[in-house]
Design a protein around this ligand. Structure first.
Ligand SMILES: C[S@@+](CC[C@H](N)C(=O)[O-])C[C@H]1O[C@@H](n2cnc3c(N)ncnc32)[C@H](O)[C@@H]1O
Length: 275
């Protein structure tokens, strides 16, 4: 599903000032259920099906870690097998999904309302809960590169009666107009991206001035054993950041970072887009 009104924010050529248009298909209460949308800039059409707008076509996994998200069943199993306990396991504290979502919502200033992007949404944990929290005060867009994750995200959103929009795209090349969003949340995805600097400058481009970004991720290990296991994971394309490296990445992207918050190896990085 994709909200028809949000097509005005979509671009396959960021230099063009015209958004996508609904081309054909079925629409219900302002949400496109299935069909095609068209870019006036390039004349290309993109399908809406399986609960999301596919702004990519093709496969598009750039490393092994990312490829694992394409495996059959990965979408269905991700939350019950890992995500539900991930922050408690990583931090050693009782860190429920509810606590994490509350924290991320306050860091990105969700309660001020507006249009928000969940970058690398997987099965849509933040997307659906933040969509319900926003209610009439805003819109939530979940973006991921993995079709199975998006299909599962749409299914889980329907189960809690949330109405976010989902789009398949590459975080390194966002299909949105400049200044499209009031805020961006990103949970765990920065560690999986091939080029985090490029993805963050894309994030900055699509944020309005004063817009916020809130990123949760995993820091570089301090212990020798932690270092060994991270070295092993790095061969699959996952990367871990030192605190100062994160702040440099955010600044390099054109964002003004706040002091980093961390719970053990889990970081919460926030920043604001300047003028
Ligand atoms: C750690 S998971 C995200 C977890 C999710 N944010 C949550 O809170 O449950 C990383 C996600 O990023 C997606 N991803 C990896 N590379 C991507 C890219 N280049 N563009 C968009 N999504 C990407 C993967 O498909 C995967 O679903």
């Amino acid at each position: 599903m994709f909200k028809k009104d949000l097509l005005s924010l979509m671009r396959d050529d960021p230099k063009d000032d015209r958004g996508f248009a609904f081309f054909q298909g079925t629409e219900e209460n302002g949400m496109i259920r299935r069909g095609k949308v068209r870019s006036p800039a390039t004349g290309k059409t993109y399908a809406v099906k399986n609960g999301y707008l596919d702004a990519m076509g093709g496969l598009g996994a750039d490393n092994i870690a990312n490829l694992s998200n394409f495996l059959p069943g990965a979408g269905r199993l991700y939350e019950p097998l890992w995500r539900i306990n991930s922050l408690s396991l990583l931090t050693g504290e009782k860190f429920t999904n509810e606590r994490e979502i509350r924290l991320m919502a306050s860091l990105v200033r969700l309660d001020e309302g507006g249009v928000f992007l969940d970058l690398g949404c997987s099965a849509g944990l933040y997307t659906r809960h933040m969509a319900n929290r926003l209610g009439e005060d805003g819109e939530m867009v979940g973006l991921d590169i993995a079709p199975g994750m998006l299909k599962e995200a749409a299914r889980r959103a329907r189960r809690v009666r949330a109405r976010p929009s989902f789009v398949r795209a590459d975080a390194h090349d966002l299909p949105f107009a400049d200044f499209a969003f009031d805020g961006i949340v990103c949970g765990g995805t920065l560690n999986e991206l091939g080029d985090p600097a490029r993805a963050l400058s894309e994030a900055c481009r699509v944020l309005r001035p004063g817009g916020r970004v809130a990123i949760m991720g995993i820091l570089e290990a301090e212990s020798t054993w932690g270092g060994y296991s991270q070295k092993f994971l790095s061969t699959g394309g996952v990367q871990f950041f030192a605190p100062e490296e994160l702040q440099e990445l955010l600044t390099g992207a054109g964002l003004a970072p706040d002091p980093l918050l961390n719970h053990g190896p889990v970081f919460f990085a926030t920043a604001t887009r300047q003028g």
